[in-house]
Design a protein around this ligand. Structure first.
Ligand code: GLC
Length: 446
């Protein structure tokens, strides 16, 4: 049973029509990361059905956690410090997570306003957090002695969060992980190994919402048998969504450490670290501020994307205190201003030196990053505003609007919300902004 609304359907058909109207057809294979133009309406419709919750959710928690967390020098430490695999695997003896670690992650995600989680079930190091028939290099058969993926899944569900699995195709531990590139026997063994993991992950943990592939080095789409891989995944999990990092377009694009919308009609999610490392890095102190995080989230929402924000827990599963502090402040803001983010639509407005915008239907949200005091304005609003209020308190905001723009007045001298004050503006129709309207028209001459 599809729960897509008429509005959702029109959106899907609209996106297809927009592509058709350009007259540009993307030939299959030329742009494998973004090839959606030649898909049938049925395929598009099924994708929209599977992705509806995700589009509304907007904000998720990424978790990078592995044996590298024992060393605390970034998740690429094995490669960056040239640690031989036989040495590196000994870290498994020290990897003993505390009880209920995942409950703390899930509680923090919920408190932060994140609606889903994506955990590294296996990173490039090759250590599996799940029980697998393929290797002893997995948490249940090492010092941890437990299936950590199971604990994670249960914790996320207990907090009502959607569950995502990150899975690295690249594997530095498996003996065939590199030589598969030019040895067919090695490729056969390695690809069977990887496909078995994916089958186990898709079979043993109930309903999974997201499969987040990563790094496809050293094989290509044919070498990985990616078509077969996705077919198996959708056969086992018909409602799942998958990303584009097994070299197929999948359901969404994954800009990393930058906010960049995909082309029209294509879903995207920016993934980002909170400092400069995905995995725990003891010395990395380049923490983002809560304000930077909120701004990033708003920018993603404005351009109809999602924001997947990372934590890198310690080996015992505990979350770095800096991450808890930043996430908590973001969560406080979300508890007052979530209406401007969840379920928001693409917003055409971009221009202000004080803030940024998001939109839901005919409500425009003006997010003031640099709060100037009792009055603030922006130019080029082409839609009539009916009323305005502070989103955090509901307090009415006075304004005057003319052909050139809108000015809010009588605001408190000191910013009423932190780190960003949001004004919700009810408009007569879907709001738009003309960025050159003011310069093109001599004031008063229109
Ligand atoms: C890069 C890094 C990897 C990280 C990923 C997250 O691919 O190699 O460590 O997991 O980004 O998107």
């Amino acid at each position: 049973m599809s729960d897509l609304s008429r509005r959702d359907c029109l959106k899907i058909i609209g996106a297809g029509a927009a592509v058709a109207a350009t007259g540009i057809s993307i030939v299959s294979g030329q742009n494998p990361q973004n090839n959606t133009a030649d898909e049938s309406a049925e395929v598009k419709f099924d994708r929209a059905r599977r992705m509806k919750w995700w589009h509304e959710a907007k904000f998720g928690m990424f978790i990078h956690w592995g044996l590298y967390s024992v060393l605390g020098r970034h998740e690429w430490v094995q490669e960056m410090e040239a640690i031989p695999a036989q040495e590196y695997e000994k870290l498994a003896a020290q990897f003993k997570p505390k009880p209920n670690f995942a409950r703390d992650w899930a509680r923090l995600a919920k408190r932060t306003g994140q609606k889903y989680m994506v955990m590294t079930t296996k990173h490039h190091e090759g250590f599996c957090h799940f029980n697998t028939s393929t290797t002893n290099f997995c948490a249940p058969k090492q010092a941890a002695g437990r299936d950590l993926v199971k604990e994670y899944v249960e914790a996320a569900r207990a907090e009502g969060l959607r569950v995502g699995f990150y899975y690295s195709l690249m594997d530095w531990h498996h003996p065939d992980g590199a030589r598969c590139a030019d040895d067919e026997g090695a490729r056969r063994r390695f690809v069977d190994y990887i496909h078995t993991h994916i089958r186990e992950l898709m079979t043993n943990y109930g309903k999974i919402d997201i499969l987040w592939y990563d790094v496809s080095w050293p094989l290509d789409v044919k070498g990985w048998e990616s078509e077969k891989m996705n077919k198996m995944v959708f056969g086992l999990q018909p409602d799942i969504i998958v990303n584009n990092r097994n070299k197929l377009p999948g359901d969404f694009s994954t800009p990393e450490q930058r906010i960049e919308a995909a082309e029209a009609g294509r879903a995207w999610e920016t993934c980002m670290t909170l400092n400069d490392s995905w995995g725990f890095h003891r010395a990395d102190d380049a923490w983002k501020t809560p304000k930077q995080v909120v701004r990033n989230l708003i920018t993603c929402a404005r351009d109809e994307g999602n924001y997947l924000l990372n934590i890198g827990p310690l080996a015992d599963g505990s979350i770095p205190p800096e991450s808890i502090e930043i996430f908590t402040k973001v969560g406080d803001w979300m508890s007052r201003n979530g209406d401007a983010i969840y379920g928001s639509d693409k917003c055409q407005l971009t221009r202000s030196r004080n803030g940024s915008f998001s939109r839901k239907g005919t409500t425009l949200y003006f997010h003031i990053h640099y709060y100037p005091g009792s009055s603030v304005a922006f130019a080029g609003l082409m839609t009539k505003a009916r009323s305005a209020r502070l989103l955090a308190t509901g307090q009415k905001v006075d304004f005057t609007q003319d052909t050139y723009g809108i000015r809010f007045t009588g605001l408190p001298e000191k910013a009423p919300d932190s780190p960003i004050t949001t004004i919700a503006i009810e408009c007569e129709s879907v709001p738009t902004q003309d960025n050159i309207f003011v310069r093109k028209r001599e004031r008063g001459q229109v």
